[in-house]
Design a protein around this ligand. Structure first.
Ligand SMILES: NC(=O)c1ccc[n+]([C@@H]2O[C@H](COP(=O)([O-])OP(=O)(O)OC[C@H]3O[C@@H](n4cnc5c(N)ncnc54)[C@H](O)[C@@H]3O)[C@@H](O)[C@H]2O)c1
Length: 437
């Protein structure tokens, strides 16, 4: 029996443990709030000084997380900091940093590795490290374990190492951090036991799996499942369109089957930090085993072709009105990657804006969640969100519904637009000025 383990377990159980969250973004911030709500003292680490300032002042920087929630963090003596020497004060170190792809579409683990390299000099016996960032199976064992061991720690005795994927669905009102079951796999049996203790006070249901690799694969499978099914339904949309059938009506009918069918919805392409990116973490890793992940590649191909398919629809619709994309005024509605949130990462709406701009359209956008077009690596538009009104709508040759936020007044839009191209199936019935895409 390890005393170190028992002491840590007791602290986690009686909530005297200090929880360190590294990376206070879409995943880390709600998790920090959840731990503070549960009664733990939380230390939040981020290299972004603006986020730290904002959080220490009780101000939110994520639209769907209200400032009151952020200020509630402070109730148990929250500390927000960029100073990694404070790592030693935390009993748990939960890593929620980005895991993007590099320009060759290969995993970019630099954020995870930089975090580990910043943390390890300050680590001490009796801490649990949990990686939550989405990654390929094997990352925890291959990248985290040796870094911790190189400081002389015995993992499973002095330090406990787990992988527990985040399943956050930003903006989904039906689930919160507490109610989403948490998969957790430890490097050793002791690690698993500590992993459970780490999460069981804050999360309703813990799903323990036999290793960090199984936990990593679980998260990747979930995201591949979505990417492939969205690819499938996007392909079905193209077939249905040629046949003059509304795919949304088909999906609605199919979804009445009480077993064996799950509804996925087509759209203008994939967006967000997860679904367009994570599957390729596995593709890359599978190559090491001589396996080509053909489903993942195919879904990626279909999904990335969607913006061009939508542009062809806009082109055809304008053509019927004796207009061309070049010179037309197009208002893109909704530019975040999914509805009712402000997250712009990998948003297909922006790809649509760029394609329209490249073809000579005069592009504007309206998105109450994104008041001005943000700095993006790949795209640059010097635009602010247009407020929709009768008069404003009449000024455009085409209104393109890219992200169907619920706050838009769809009736007003339908009544006052010359042409609407709807990529989200928002208009259920046939209407003269609506083209489904
Ligand atoms: N956003 C989601 O809905 C979601 C859902 C499930 C899983 N994930 C996964 O969770 C991970 C984090 O995603 P996110 O959406 O929260 O990203 P994010 O970009 O919103 O937040 C990451 C934060 O980490 C900080 N950071 C980067 N390097 C750091 C370092 N060395 N030390 C400390 N902080 C550092 C950044 O400044 C940023 O604030 C990713 O692996 C992602 O795939 C995200």
């Amino acid at each position: 029996m390890s005393n170190i383990k028992d002491e840590l377990k007791t602290k986690l159980n009686n909530k005297t443990a200090v929880i360190g969250i590294i990376g206070l973004g879409y995943v880390g911030l709600p998790l920090a709030i959840r731990y503070a709500d549960t009664g733990y003292k939380v230390i939040g680490f981020d290299i972004d000084a603006a986020k730290i300032d904002s959080i220490n002042n009780g101000q939110t920087y994520i639209k769907h997380i209200p400032s009151e929630k952020v200020s509630s963090l402070n109730k148990n003596g929250f500390i927000g900091t960029s100073d990694f020497s404070i790592i030693k004060e935390a009993d748990a170190l939960i890593i929620c940093v980005p895991t993007p792809l590099n320009k060759y579409r290969e995993p970019d683990l630099s954020y995870v590795i930089n975090t580990m390299d910043a943390m390890t000099p300050y680590m001490r016996k009796g801490q649990v490290v949990s990686l939550e960032s989405t990654t390929y199976p094997g990352t925890t064992e291959e990248e985290l374990l040796p870094r911790i061991e190189s400081f002389g720690f015995d993992v499973g005795k002095d330090i406990f190492l787990v992988y527990s994927p985040e399943r956050e669905d930003p903006g989904n009102p039906d689930f919160e951090t507490r109610t989403i079951p948490k998969v957790c796999g430890g490097h050793t049996v002791n690690c698993s036991e500590i992993g459970e203790a780490l999460y069981e006070q804050a999360i309703d249901e813990i799903v323990s799996v036999s290793s960090t690799k199984v936990a990593e694969f679980t998260k990747i499978l979930e995201n591949i499942h979505r990417a492939v099914n969205i690819g499938l339904v996007n392909e079905m949309k193209i077939v249905a369109d040629k046949m003059g059938v509304d795919i949304h009506e088909v999906i609605e009918a199919a979804a009445t089957k009480p077993f064996g069918f799950t509804a996925y919805y087509p759209g203008p392409g994939l967006g967000g930090h997860c679904i367009p990116i994570d599957p390729f973490y596995l593709t890359w890793k599978a190559r090491e085993y001589g396996i080509n992940t053909r489903f993942i590649e195919l879904a990626g191909e279909v999904n990335t072709s969607m913006p061009l398919w939508v542009i062809a629809k806009v082109n055809d619709a304008l053509n019927l009105k004796s207009k061309s994309i070049k010179g037309s005024k197009v208002l893109v509605l909704g530019i975040s990657y999914k509805k009712n949130i402000d997250d712009m990462r990998e948003s297909p709406s922006v790809e649509l804006m760029q394609l329209l701009h490249d073809r000579g359209a005069v592009v504007d956008y309206s998105d109450p969640y994104v008041p001005s077009f943000p700095k993006m690596r790949k795209y640059q538009f010097d635009l602010v969100s247009v407020d929709i009104s009768e008069n404003v709508l009449h000024q455009y040759d085409c209104v393109l519904i890219a992200t169907d936020h619920d706050v838009f007044d769809y009736q007003l839009i339908q009544k006052n637009s010359d042409l609407i191209v709807d990529t989200r199936g928002r208009y259920k019935t046939q209407m003269e000025n609506v083209v489904k895409a």
